[in-house]
Write a protein that binds this ligand. Structure first.
Ligand SMILES: N[C@@H](CCC(=O)N[C@@H](CS)C(=O)NCC(=O)O)C(=O)O
Length: 233
């Protein structure tokens, strides 16, 4: 903290991987503290820096702890992206490619896509964890609810996001990722790894996800982190 660098408190197999990616993209010096999940949860040490104990947490060089990836990404880009490489393109690709759209799409990932995938995860886990002799019943209830509500909601929102990505490399229409990509990649990568949506059905989302995952900075972030396997939820 006193060394002038930000510090990332990073948990394996977590959303924090996208902040590690951003740090690598920025090419700045930073400290990395690696933590491992204990039975899927954060270790108690992460509560020493923030009461929720969630990751990522970013400690600024002045000792302030920032949580929530959208805020961490905002801080990092505003503070360290001096050449505006990861800011909304100027001039914008379209007139409405502005901060409001970016904020709306960040909220879309967090408040709309995340709960839908979380429900899929819960349904899948319910079936998986139910004793064998009752599994048919839980499976029937889960798939009835999924068909009645969830699959149509996922289809609606993913088709929308897929259409926004048509003809674009990154969400805001530029040649480099912005906060909307750094934050949203998580939902779609987690969703793809956990099989919470049909990946091949959304071609633009898939191409965008692969584009992000093939960036050298993403690969460096994978090497520096302590594991990124989201297949178990
Ligand atoms: N909304 C937060 C989510 C943070 C979060 O839920 N992190 C998970 C990892 S994906 C975590 O720390 N889980 C461990 C636990 O809940 O104990 C963000 O955007 O940073």
């Amino acid at each position: 903290m006193a060394n002038g660098k930000p510090t990332l408190y990073h948990l394996n197999n977590s959303q924090s991987q996208t902040i590690l990616w951003l740090l690598e993209e920025l090419g700045i010096e930073y400290d990395l503290k690696l933590f491992n999940r204990i039975e899927q949860r954060s270790p108690p040490e992460l509560k020493e820096t923030h009461p929720t104990g969630k990751s990522p947490q970013l400690m600024t060089p002045t000792g302030r702890v920032i949580t929530e990836r959208s805020a961490i990404a905002l801080y990092l880009i505003e503070t360290y992206d001096t050449s505006s490489k990861f800011k909304i393109p100027s001039p914008p690709a379209q007139a409405d490619d502005d901060f409001l759209k970016e904020d709306s799409l960040i909220s879309f990932g967090n408040s709309t896509v995340m709960p839908l995938f979380m429900l899929r995860l819960v349904f899948m886990q319910l079936v998986k964890r139910t004793p064998f002799f009752l599994r048919w019943l839980v499976s029937t209830i889960s798939s009835t609810l999924d068909k009645a509500f969830l699959s149509a909601e996922i289809e609606l929102h993913l088709s929308y996001f897929d259409s926004l990505l048509e003809g674009r490399e990154y969400v805001m229409g530029g040649a480099e990722p912005t906060r909307a990509d750094f934050v949203n990649l998580w939902y779609f990568d987690w969703g793809a790894q956990g099989k919470y949506y049909e990946v091949p059905k959304y071609k633009n989302i898939d191409a965008w996800r692969q584009r992000c995952l093939s960036r050298p900075a993403w690969k460096r972030a994978l090497e520096k982190g302590n594991g990124y396997d989201l297949s178990e939820g």
